[in-house]
Write a protein that binds this ligand. Structure first.
Ligand code: HEC
Length: 403
């Protein structure tokens, strides 16, 4: 009897939850104050950690040979994510492997820091039309919270001679002037490199400085696990996002300073479904983010070859880089099936902004029609549905292996 019972139980487990797909992450409801929760909080003992895969973002080729060479063979990283929420706030913890500690040094532009970001969709009422994963797209804004690892920055005059500047005894100031100097030094000295942005596509980021959003991020290194642990606490609702819902889409990114990571040179998750425990709704979102189209990747690969996608895209690692369109080498890692299908059928619905249009005028990824962005990608909605689904199934296989 024992064997039968075990077999039955594993059959149920293998088929997943009986009442539909599970969200990737579940945020537990708690009664405690969550406005300033850090990694040190005991609350994390209650939380359930789920794995979230972060893929090297290879959309755009950097104009930096050294960084490109260092990152040519990046693998995916497995992060662990947990979340808690109450009436006012939601807090996330992300833990990810990184064998080296890289701290931003002052204002130096040649020092690269480790860090992480958590991204929220401004609007997710249509789970099949979420913002572009790489910092949103026109008309589909995101809010993102960034925390980098930084040492104290004391730069009253921006010359970089920090030791001299902060040594008040070497100034010839006194009285009110010295007090003003001290005050200025204190205001410029901050060890916390935490920022929040609204963005509708990379290079359109606007820092939120009006105080309308509440957020609190912390980061620390776990020497024994060779991992960073970052936390972000933010308001459930502000002027930019309303996370009061049964399930919400959230994306995570991490930077590795050791490999000169900055801007788009990072590891990125797809939109991940986060269930708010006990809240109604969200099934459609969870289903949309979980869906794997039932296509045949082999047939999809043949269709991609037949339709000349490689004329604009680097598709597999062995293809030459191509500035005509985004590299698709890891697109299966950070995209949902719905997004890939939309890219194929309605290329202009969510546009990847591409290179700086002044510096790379030969490679515009969109044209402007009366101010509206139109993708330079051919529309493939004429393909029969089976071929479309086969292509999406193939695109979903394009991703680095996990380290
Ligand atoms: C004429 C050039 C061109 C051709 C041919 C082309 N694409 Fe594209 N594609 C682009 C450009 C430019 C973008 C970025 C602008 C945008 O978002 O539409 C893009 C974006 C995409 C994206 C979104 C990538 C991301 O990182 O989010 C996918 C997926 C994609 N293309 C797949 C395909 C597939 C599959 C084919 C062949 C069936 C194809 N493309 C053919 C130019 C092209």
């Amino acid at each position: 009897m024992k064997t039968i019972a075990t077999t039955l139980l594993s059959a149920v487990l293998a088929s997943g939850s009986l009442w539909g797909a599970d969200a990737a992450v579940t945020a537990l409801k708690v009664n405690s104050d969550l406005s300033t929760v850090s990694y040190a909080s005991d609350l994390w003992k209650k939380a359930t950690f789920s794995s979230v895969l972060l893929y090297p973002q290879t959309t755009i080729r950097m104009n930096d040979k050294k960084a490109n060479a260092m990152n040519a063979h990046n693998k995916a990283k497995k992060a662990m994510v947990a979340a808690l929420y109450n009436q006012e706030n939601i807090v996330f913890m992300i833990r990810w492997p990184d064998s080296t500690v890289n701290v931003q040094k002052g204002m130096s532009t040649t020092s690269y820091a480790d860090g992480f970001a958590v991204q929220f969709a401004g609007n997710f009422s249509d789970p099949n039309a979420l913002p572009y994963i790489g910092m949103g797209s026109e008309g589909r804004p995101v809010v993102l919270h960034l925390q980098k690892v930084a040492k104290d920055i004391y730069e009253p005059n921006g010359n970089g001679d920090v030791a001299h500047q902060v040594n008040r005894n070497q100034t010839d100031l006194f009285g009110k002037e010295l007090a003003a100097f001290d005050k200025k030094v204190a205001s410029l000295g901050s060890s916390d490199y935490e920022r929040s942005f609204v963005s509708e596509g990379f290079r359109s980021m606007t820092e939120i400085k009006d105080g309308s959003n509440h957020s609190y991020a912390r980061i620390h290194y776990l020497q024994n696990k060779k991992s960073w642990e970052g936390t972000l606490s933010r308001a459930l609702k502000d002027d930019y996002v309303n996370l009061n819902a049964g399930a919400i889409p959230v994306a995570f990114a991490v930077w590795d300073g050791e490999k000169m990571g900055r801007d788009g040179l990072k590891h990125l998750s797809a939109w991940v479904s986060v269930k708010l425990q006990g809240m109604q709704g969200g099934e459609a979102l969870i289903k949309a983010l979980d869906t794997k189209l039932t296509g045949d990747p082999k047939a999809g690969k043949a269709a991609v070859a037949a339709n000349g996608c490689v004329g604009c895209h680097q598709i597999e690692d062995s293809d030459a880089p191509n500035l005509m369109g985004p590299s698709l080498r890891n697109v299966g890692g950070y995209s949902t099936a719905g997004y890939l299908k939309e890219s194929l059928l309605k290329p202009s619905a969510a546009i990847v902004p591409g290179y700086n249009r002044n510096a790379h005028s030969a490679y515009p990824w969109y044209t402007l029609d009366k101010g509206v962005r139109v993708s330079t990608m051919t529309d493939f909605s004429w393909l029969d549905e089976k071929t479309q689904n086969d292509i999406v199934a193939y695109l979903q296989t394009l991703k680095a292996e996990v380290e």
